[in-house]
Design a protein around this ligand. Structure first.
Ligand SMILES: *Cc1c(COP(=O)(O)O)cnc(C)c1O
Length: 664
């Protein structure tokens, strides 16, 4: 009897801890779930699923483990309490993807991870924020390698195993001549609520069920349906659930159609379209994420007419007038979602200082475009800093080191060389084990060699293969007798991006070339877990995009907090954060010819790596990394620590962009 009761209690406690994604950063919860046996095969399973799969013997063991039970109780008592959020200061944050955890595969890259980090930091700051997106039944693809190429595989997600709870909301939406119904899932990310719309319902026909099938897949028309579901459907969902947000934050233009629902409400009151735009602007905030025109969502006029004709008819709006709101002056007749969002948002921002400048130029002809400001992206430190390093920070800097305005970082000199070396060595070992397990065989990675990391989406402007520009120079760095260098790569190419897949093939081919001596590897199956292990396991983080196409870039910020030194083109966040000492800059070439530019920048990259980085790491013999290297690591923490966090970013959004502080 006794044992049965305790098993019931333990199971209920564990499920409650698994039911709030605060376990992705709470150290006790992470430790707790690390002790729950995982099944082999499909990678790590969500704790909610693992708990449901435990055997009788597992329960027998766990219920008899007093330490485990105590840990479970502690993690449970740390669970964030839900915030009362309907007080007129609430922000509704809309995003097509959310990277909360690799176990909730509803993200493709940096945009989604940023959204996840935004929710987590809002939770840390107790900011009243709720988030809205889609639940993609098949998520984003999982990557495998086959014959040196990327293979894409989709796995169907079961919401019951992902800590999603059904809400009573049912959203009806007209998509051209079809009627679609969506349900709304809810989960908690600390004190913030995340709502995800899902059309995979029996009441829908096959067409309807497929609307929310996969992230970033299908043709333009499919994307249009998804964006209408997220925007229009999303507003209807939160209204049904009783929320009346003061602000709507569009994380990139994909959710811009939410304005249709808000405009309709104003037009129904008798306002003209122009007046309605003015009326909703104070409630809308838009963050633009790409300085690359080809990266912006655009819809052909025919498609717009097909999907928005009904809407315009219903509210007596002149469709042509609506379509004009999406025209980018100097562009074509397509409806440009970013131009539309700039027109309908009262506040717009880019995601780094440089990107703000580029965006003002890009939208200068759009009303409001010259007022675009910037809030530089940050990262959720408790999610991304390795737990061993976090424990050193907690001990030496105090537990608030990850919060804004922490002068904690001035105390980094109290962290000794030995402490840093110990955590680095452990991070390296764990990265090597992760690489071996992802690749399914032992790699030749050497734990004592200077290790350069590169992991991100394989979009062409990021130039994943720039290092391959001169194989001879690259191999001489790799095989240097005194100061060898090794490289670790990971990343996915979008399934439809053939040039991106070519880059990936080039990297994989060189990794298999004997000339690379096993010191240049590509890790397949890129996701947040692979990325985390790399930030904690690499000495240097390389980023070599074509300037100024990297709007911000956040992987370098994650590496920096883990003690990695950035080695990057002066683009995005690095353009404003590099101070001459906290890492290295790769100068940008002024050549007009792209090939010439790539050659020149690659050549500088080899120079700096061989002449400055490797000598500092190895020193004149003895222990690597040298004391001088570790001083640079501390300087990196001191200068970047207070700035690169998502808590600093979200605080800035609150003060400068949302401006919804209670009482205002
Ligand atoms: C941080 C992160 C990114 C963003 O990388 P960039 O530096 O912005 O290119 C992409 N994917 C994952 C999984 C990440 O964790």
């Amino acid at each position: 009897m006794q044992e049965k009761t305790s098993r019931y209690e333990l199971e209920s406690t564990l499920l409650q801890v698994a039911g709030n994604y605060s376990w992705t950063w709470d150290l006790q919860a992470r430790e707790l779930f690390n002790r729950i046996p995982s099944l082999n095969g499909e990678g790590a399973l969500h704790p909610a699923e693992r708990i449901k799969l435990l055997s009788e013997e597992d329960w027998e063991r766990l219920t008899n483990d007093a330490e485990f039970s105590a840990l479970a109780r502690d993690a449970h008592s740390n669970l964030p309490k839900p915030l009362q959020i309907n007080d007129g200061t609430t922000v509704a944050y809309f995003s097509p993807e959310f990277g909360v955890s690799e176990m909730l595969p509803q993200y493709s890259g940096g945009l989604g991870v940023l959204a996840g980090d935004h929710l987590k930091a809002a939770s840390d700051l107790r900011m009243p924020l709720l988030a809205v997106g889609l639940f993609y039944r098949d998520g984003f693809f999982r990557q495998a390698l086959e014959d040196g190429q990327q293979r894409e595989r989709y796995v169907t997600n079961n919401p019951r195993f992902l800590a999603l709870t059904a809400t009573p909301a049912r959203v009806e939406l007209q998509l051209a001549d079809r009627q679609v119904t969506a349900r709304v899932w809810r989960t908690n990310v600390g004190t913030t609520r995340l709502f995800l719309l899902d059309t995979d319902l029996d009441v829908n026909d096959e067409f309807g069920r497929r609307v929310s099938d996969r992230l970033y897949s299908g043709d333009r028309e499919h994307r249009m349906r998804q964006e209408l579901l997220m925007g229009v459907g999303g507003v209807r969902a939160i209204r049904q659930l009783g929320y009346e947000p003061a602000k709507f934050h569009l994380n990139e233009g994909h959710a811009g159609f939410l304005a249709l629902e808000l405009l309709a409400e104003e037009v129904a009151k008798g306002l003209t379209l122009d007046e309605a735009v003015t009326a909703i602007r104070t409630r809308i905030v838009f963050t633009t994420h790409t300085p690359v025109p080809a990266g912006i969502d655009r819809f052909a006029p025919d498609l717009m007419r097909k999907y928005l004709g009904v809407w315009a008819d219903r509210y007596g709006v002149d469709l042509d007038e609506l379509l004009k709101l999406g025209i980018l002056p100097g562009g074509d007749d397509h409806f440009n979602m970013a131009a539309f969002c700039v027109r309908i948002a009262g506040r717009c921002n880019g995601v780094s200082r440089l990107h703000g400048e580029v965006s003002r130029a890009m939208f200068s002809e759009v009303p409001g475009g010259s007022e675009i400001t910037s809030v530089t992206n940050g990262i959720h430190a408790r999610t991304w800093v390795d737990p061993e390093m976090q424990m050193v920070f907690d001990d030496k800097l105090g537990p608030d080191w990850h919060l804004p305005a922490a002068d904690a970082w001035n105390k980094v000199d109290e962290i000794s060389d030995d402490e840093i070396r110990t955590v680095f060595a452990s991070g390296r070992q764990r990265m090597i084990s992760m690489a071996n397990s992802q690749l399914g065989h032992e790699t030749n990675l050497d734990p004592d060699i200077l290790t350069i990391g590169f992991a991100r989406r394989f979009a062409t402007y990021k130039r994943a293969d720039l290092l391959l520009a001169d194989i001879e120079r690259l191999t001489s760095l790799i095989n240097d007798g005194d100061r060898p260098v090794q490289f670790v790569f990971a990343g996915k190419a979008h399934p439809a991006d053939e040039p991106g897949k070519d880059l990936l093939r080039n990297i994989v081919r060189f990794a298999g070339d004997p000339a690379s001596n096993g010191r240049f590897i590509f890790i397949p199956g890129y996701n947040m877990a692979v990325a985390r292990a790399m930030y904690a396991g690499c000495d240097v983080w390389l980023n070599n995009p074509v300037r100024p196409r990297e709007a911000c870039g956040t992987s370098g910020e994650k590496s920096a907090l883990n003690g990695g030194l950035n080695f990057s083109i002066l683009d995005g966040w690095w353009d404003e954060c590099f101070d001459g000492e906290n890492g290295w800059a790769i100068p940008s070439s002024v050549a007009d010819d792209p090939q010439q530019r790539d050659r020149e920048e690659a050549s500088l990259l080899y120079d700096i790596l061989g002449d400055e980085i490797a000598p500092l790491f190895y020193g004149p013999g003895g222990i690597a990394p040298t004391a001088d290297w570790l001083n640079k690591v501390r300087h990196n923490w001191r200068t970047l620590g207070p700035f690169v966090t998502a808590s600093r970013m979200v605080k800035e959004y609150g003060e400068r962009i949302y401006q919804v502080a209670a009482g205002s």
